[in-house]
Design a protein around this ligand. Structure first.
Ligand code: 13P
Length: 248
């Protein structure tokens, strides 16, 4: 069965002491152990927050470099992240794709670097507004997966985590309806079945992201193919994030 996950992507928000307070509140308020909680703070907070979390929540990075060391000023490598307690990374967030020009080929290289370093990741996909308006959202998202992820073997693909984040719903307050989310998630799972097997498809967690909050999480998480959420704005406040975690 796919793991149930609620992940908070803080993006470039919160000072260190604000983040520390938030992590402590999440640790105190988290009730269910059947949901895995992950937090993606700015990378320089990872070591301290991993120590605070002490295995009760996973602390990850929002980005990483494909090389393991070397002359890449300003970048961080997977072995460095692991050595500081970080256990997972985001790959292919739409802000990385859009603002930092990351291509499907770049993201394939990140997937391969993660696999080579035995590093967990959440692979993000999702279509911009103009693609949805043109009715091409399914072929667009399928290409993102085919060009960056579906080269993995079945054993590598098993248990992986994907996040469907329609770009038009990110930070806009305009969430996908639960029907739109379920439709895309069901398609994604069917492509995994086609490329691998039912068994692999059912082991993959597919999270929804895009204006998911404490008011709509329960309805979205009730969809059969939605295994949790990747939360931006609503993960910056312990009350809303805890309500989302407890929405399962
Ligand atoms: P919002 O929840 O702020 O729309 O952001 C979603 C997101 O980008 C999570 O990675």
């Amino acid at each position: 069965m796919a793991q149930k996950i609620v992940a908070g992507n803080w993006k470039m928000n919160l000072q260190f002491d604000e983040g520390e307070k938030l992590v402590n509140e999440i640790l105190e308020g988290k009730r269910s152990n059947s949901v895995s909680v992950m937090i993606f703070p700015p990378a320089l907070y990872v070591q301290h927050f991993s120590e605070l979390g002490d295995g009760r929540i996973s602390i990850g990075v929002q980005n990483f470099h494909v090389h393991e060391s070397g002359a890449y000023t300003g970048e961080i490598a997977i072995p460095q992240i692991k050595s500081a307690g970080g256990s997972i990374g985001l790959i292919g967030h739409s802000e990385r794709r859009g603002l930092f020009s990351e291509t499907n080929a770049d993201l394939k290289a990140k997937v391969d670097a993660a696999i080579a370093n035995d590093f967990k990741f959440i692979f993000c996909c999702g279509e911009p507004l103009e693609i949805r308006e043109a009715g091409r959202e399914f072929s667009y998202v399928k290409s993102q997966l085919e060009e960056s992820l579906f080269h993995l073997t079945a054993s590598q693909m098993a248990g992986k985590i994907l996040a469907y984040e329609p770009v038009w719903a990110i930070g806009t307050g305009k969430t996908a309806t639960s029907a739109q989310a379920e439709q895309m998630h069901a398609e994604i799972r069917s492509w995994i079945t086609d490329n691998y097997s039912d068994e692999v498809a059912n082991s993959v967690s597919i999270l929804y992201g895009g204006s998911c909050n404490e008011k709509n999480a329960r309805e979205i998480f009730a969809c059969p193919n939605v295994d949790g959420g990747l939360i931006g704005g609503a993960s910056l406040n312990s009350e809303s994030f805890l309500e989302i975690i407890n929405a399962f």
